[in-house]
Design a protein around this ligand. Structure first.
Ligand code: PLP
Length: 400
């Protein structure tokens, strides 16, 4: 593959992506695309972005050789890109800083966001406080019940959490509601989408902000081991941490790229969130075309994953295209494998990983023993697991 360069001018990655929105949103997306094009070519914009990544987020995040875990597995050397060490505990803040800076540049004083488990809501509320903007976070009513600590965090940070009572009362419905609100108040409102999905230009924009992960990793691995890893692996919900790691590696053909979807109770069951691994057809949801879990009537189906951040029926359009090209392999890790990897990282490295990131780790745990001791797997540790301890305790039958 030569000179990978996507999306095209219409926001397509091959046959995926685009902007499938109501007419009322088209001017807003055009304004955003224009503003982003200008910002992308403005060195001052990136200087401000890098400044906040360094002084507010605490970047660069290190790469770390998980030597004890590697030794225990008896094969390839596992390295971790430590996004868990960022301010707010995950990679999501890289993107919310970028979009907040763009909102500021566009003169918008009010930001809105959707959230499922609350991680993107917290990252959005954080940057809204940092930049002095009003913030409203749309969240499914069921998720509000399930994720009380994150709801309280957002409130502490000054955000207004808006409960969404429609549909399944979860992330999918929160995103629909946020888009409706954006249409109604597009003059003063900026919509911060939390993953590399949504209508163009969001997938490209979110990717560009998250690319700091892969760009840093390339430099750091070269310095640490004098070469690039044999495999780079990341979990995939909507796909922002994965595309951030993968994109700078796309033209490095010696680096195998693996995206790990949420296999839930198994991709052969109907309780998973793995559109590509389960051969889902193409569909349109939340303004973009991509592989999408749906029934024979094209209705989006319910999903399941032990990790809330991966519990989404779609996948960002660039991943669908990279799957079509065969450049990135997509595989699934089941709930059980993720929980086992979670335990291993706690015990052998003293790091409590997010359940999302544990899916990428699970791939490494399964594959490292089949590889040579001189081979290297770089795992994107997208976030820390403090937020997940209640879930894990419950699964283990422990009362906190
Ligand atoms: C939200 C989240 C994810 C999933 O989102 P992507 O856009 O696929 O990266 C993964 N890991 C963590 C820690 C998250 O909070």
């Amino acid at each position: 593959m030569q000179n990978y360069s996507f999306p095209d001018e219409r926001g397509f990655f091959g046959e995926h992506g685009g902007a499938y929105v109501s007419e009322t949103l088209i001017p807003a997306l055009q304004e955003l695309a224009q503003a982003y094009r200008e910002a992308k070519n403005d060195p001052a914009f990136w200087a401000a972005f890098r400044h906040d990544l360094k002084h507010y987020v605490g970047r660069p995040s290190p790469v770390y050789h998980a030597a004890r875990l590697s030794e225990q597995l008896g094969g390839a050397q596992i390295w971790l890109k430590r996004e868990d060490l960022n301010h707010t505990g995950a990679h999501k803040v890289n993107n919310t800083i970028g979009q907040a800076l763009l909102a500021k540049r566009m003169g918008k004083k009010r930001v809105i966001a959707e959230t499922g488990a609350g991680q993107h809501g917290v990252a959005s509320a954080t940057v809204a406080a940092r930049f002095g903007m009003e913030c409203h976070v749309y969240m499914g009513a069921d998720d509000i019940q399930r994720q009380a600590p994150n709801v309280f965090r957002m409130k502490l940070l000054g955000a207004n959490v808006v409960g969404v009572d429609s549909g399944s009362r979860t992330l999918k419905d929160a995103m629909n509601e946020a888009m409706r609100e954006w249409v109604a108040r597009v003059d003063d409102t900026f919509y911060i989408i939390g993953t590399a999905a949504g209508p163009a230009p969001y997938p490209e924009m979110v990717r560009d902000f998250q690319c700091v992960i892969g760009n840093e990793a390339k430099e750091q691995m070269l310095e640490a081991i004098g070469r690039q890893p044999d495999v780079a692996v990341a979990c995939v919900g909507g796909g922002s941490n994965a595309i951030g790691l993968f994109f700078p590696y796309i033209d490095e053909k010696n680096v195998r790229l693996v995206g790990v979807e949420a296999g839930g109770k198994g991709v052969e069951t109907d309780e998973h969130a793995a559109p590509i691994s389960s051969n889902a057809p193409i569909g349109v949801l939340h303004g973009f075309r991509s592989y999408l879990m749906q029934d024979e009537h094209g209705q989006v189906v319910g999903t399941h994953s032990v990790s809330a951040g991966l519990d989404y029926p779609g996948i960002g359009p660039e991943h669908s295209h990279l799957a079509d090209l065969g450049r990135v392999e997509y595989q699934a890790a089941n709930d059980d494998a993720a929980l086992e990897a979670f335990d291993l990282l706690c015990r052998y490295e003293g790091i409590i990983p997010a359940l999302e990131s544990s899916h990428a780790l699970a791939w490494a745990v399964a594959e490292a023993p089949k590889m040579g001791k001189d081979q290297v797997i770089l795992v994107n540790l997208s976030g820390r697991g403090d937020k997940d301890i209640n879930t894990v305790a419950k699964l283990k039958g422990i009362e906190l």
